[in-house]
Ligand binder design. Structure first.
Ligand SMILES: Nc1ncnc2c1ncn2[C@@H]1O[C@H](COP(=O)(O)OP(=O)(O)OP(=O)(O)O)[C@@H](O)[C@H]1O
Length: 359
């Protein structure tokens, strides 16, 4: 992974009055696994279709190794695709499906046969060569689709929600396979999903889409630890937002008050910070420390509302004011939970770096 070899420059796409993509800019590195993550309608698929050549942008350009792709028709772009709806040819066998893009490229029979065997090995489907797609499970079919897309060694592979039709267990299994295949082939992958867990599991970097633009791009841990917008904070990881007052802000760090007395300092602040204004404090449930209240704690006073057992975690909902709650997640067996019950008074603390203020 080094130099930028795929560049998306100022892409905009209008469908009549609908602006599907406003202004998307992206530098993709060779060998990178980059995921477009965002809610339905945020412009992920449209951006991918423009890369594939199924759609033309209203504005902007796409460069592969410094040369525009827009003048090259879709079938000549040499880009692999695995789409949820871009299914296998039902009348061809698995082997014939994988061989198809090679035959189109007029490869010799010996080359086709050896490449089909290699691809079947890569997706761990040796022995399935003569089956028809209908005789295979959904997960196996997607692995064949992956083999077919990779057969001619494309520099870039586009995947649009390829696993959305599969159940959770199978999805995880194929995610694992996709990761292994990416590491083995070093193909550059652009992957679309609206599932944050899938994005975090697979990607080197994630581009978070919102309303036709990329709100933020970074590795999973970067987006989780340093979300620049409230939207990204809500989309990656779990979070609660409570209202606070901004007392002062300096150099990207804020001092805030919560309720009447609790004051917190050095909290990263985002947006147009205006002293004296109301803002939203974001906290992750797993970054809050919960202790028994002795009335002298320097954190937030709260009352336990509910305790839910979730397997390896325990989720504690606390009431911090008449109409605001805050969730705390603790590992099962944590000493803070032992003997804890509804109605107990507790003290909640967090490190300044574990919180964010959004104005
Ligand atoms: N052919 C089209 N004609 C008109 N509007 C379209 C067309 N294709 C997409 N749109 C609109 O553009 C916006 C972005 O759509 P797009 O499919 O790119 O979003 P997405 O993030 O991929 O969503 P999903 O996860 O639901 O596929 C949506 O508002 C959609 O309705």
């Amino acid at each position: 992974m080094s130099e930028s070899f795929l560049k998306i420059k100022g892409i905009r796409k209008e469908y009549g009055p609908v602006v599907a993509v406003h202004d998307v800019n992206l530098d993709v590195r060779r060998g990178e696994f980059l995921t477009f993550l965002g809610p339905s309608g945020s412009g992920k698929s449209t951006t991918l279709y423009i890369l594939a050549g199924f759609e033309n942008p209203t504005k902007g350009d796409i460069l592969l190794n410094g040369r525009t792709l827009l003048s090259t028709p879709s079938h000549k772009r040499n880009i692999g695709m695995v789409f949820q709806r871009y299914t296998l040819f039902p009348h061809l066998t698995v082997g014939e499906n994988i061989a198809f893009p090679l035959k189109v490229r007029r490869k010799s029979k010996a080359e086709v046969d050896s490449r089909v065997r290699e691809m079947l090995r890569l997706v761990r489907l040796e022995g399935f060569e003569d089956r028809k797609p209908a005789q295979m499970s959904g997960g196996q079919q997607q692995r064949v689709a992956l083999a077919r897309a990779l057969a001619y060694d494309p520099p870039v592979l586009l995947m649009d929600e390829p696993l959305s039709a599969l159940d959770k267990k199978l999805r995880e299994e194929i995610q694992h396979e996709i990761r292994r295949i990416h590491q083995q082939t070093e193909v550059t992958i652009l992957y679309v999903t609206h599932d944050q867990e899938e994005a975090l599991r697979l990607s080197d970097r994630i581009a978070v889409f919102s309303k036709g633009v990329i709100d933020q791009i970074g590795t999973g841990p970067e987006l989780y630890a340093n979300p620049r917008t409230r939207f990204v904070a809500e989309f990656i990881g779990d979070s609660d937002f409570i209202s606070c007052h901004l007392l002062s802000s300096d150099n990207g760090q804020a001092t805030i008050s919560l309720g009447d007395k609790a004051i917190f300092e050095r909290i990263p602040v985002h947006g147009q910070a205006a002293t004296g204004r109301k803002a939203a404090l974001m906290l992750r449930p797993e970054r809050i420390r919960l202790g028994r209240s002795n009335g002298a704690g320097k954190g937030l006073s709260a009352t336990v509302n509910d305790i839910t057992f979730l397997g390896n975690n325990v989720h504690v909902t606390t009431q911090i004011s008449a109409n605001e709650t805050l969730s705390v997640r603790l590992p099962f067996g944590h000493e803070a939970i032992s003997g804890l019950s509804r109605g107990d008074h507790v003290n909640l603390e967090f490190d300044p770096g574990a919180a964010h203020v959004f104005c």
